[in-house]
Design a protein around this ligand. Sequence first.
Ligand code: NAD
Ligand code: IPM
Ligand code: MN
Length: 347
Amino acid sequence: MKSYSIALIPGDGIGSDVTAAAWTVLETAAKHAGFALAGTEFPWSCKFYKETGRMMPEDGIETLRGFDAILLGAVGWPAEVPDSVSLHGLLLPIRKAFVQYANIRPHRLLPGVTGPLRAENFDILCIRENTEGEYSGAGGRVHQGTLDEVAVETSIFTRAGVERILRFGFEQARTRRGKLASVTKSNAQKYSMVFWDEITRKLAAEYSDVAVTSYHVDALAARMIMAPESLDVVVASNLFGDILTDIGAAIQGGLGYAASANINPDRSAPSMFEPVHGSAPDIAHLGIANPIATIWSGAMMLDHLGEKAAADRVMKAVEATTARGIGTIPGKDRTEAITAAVVAALT
Ligand code: NAD
Ligand code: IPM
Ligand code: MN
């Protein structure tokens, strides 16, 4: 029987609840489809940091490299470990080391879920650059603690980095409704963002079958709320994409529904699948975290592994669940009840 090796990193807070939920669903889907998922769990988290002084062992990246994919819950427990330490010790290094340069985040309403907007028929695929830009990590602080203190954090945009993410966006648009929104702030940021716009125009000539529009990020943020159905594929830099996808999550009913895939398109290293949301300290341990975002991310993982039929089946089960009003009202259904309903819909 075909078997895929999956590294499971539940992480912190609700991360463990939603990862366990998604794993139950994925294992059931695999059984039905006739393949196996071999999961290996890693306890890397803020708790692990408190015990060892590291978010993951020194050879953590090398350990993960051998897996077919990674399923991650959430990282961060700011009451005990600064976010700047925990995220730079676990999540962000994985995205960079494995060249997961395309962070794909779908935003649409599941049946039975009421979003905050009047618009219901939007289907947006946000593609966020995931390895450079504003998250490059280049910078420093001098004269720390004095009145002369200076903090510098430089965004880095490379031709290779910008071109590959835009190309990925154009290719995705081709498989969907043929529309691409390229997002910058080139009216204010006259080097990096003008560069991004130039590369967009250059590629547009190559992809003449795709209708591309360049938007400033502020206008695009408003458009996601005022006219989300006018958008198809949206490509943005790392930070802009981060912010826009929380708007995407909001218009699809909340962070409990927003899935994400950190893809290495060349398949030279494993890709990583995780919900958009974080560890939700405010509801951790209450058993009410919505697992749908992580289950959906798991479906994206199956698709990436080449198991499209199983991925589609998971999404159908999720949709059947929300259509019955289960998992559609925050806090009403417990994580376990939503998971059980999805599993039942699979069988
Ligand atoms: P968050 O996403 O954890 O929570 C924001 C709000 O959304 C909270 O009110 C939370 O209860 C709610 N929420 C989130 N997921 C939910 C779910 N599945 N079901 C129901 N409600 C849900 O964002 P935050 O509070 O800014 O961050 C908390 C911690 O998580 C921080 O340490 C942050 O750095 C980290 N974080 C990690 C990731 C990640 O690992 N990918 C993503 C975002 C934030
Ligand atoms: C996300 C998160 C992360 C990001 C944080 C936790 C570093 O917000 O995946 O959206 O900004 O990439
Ligand atoms: Mn985010």
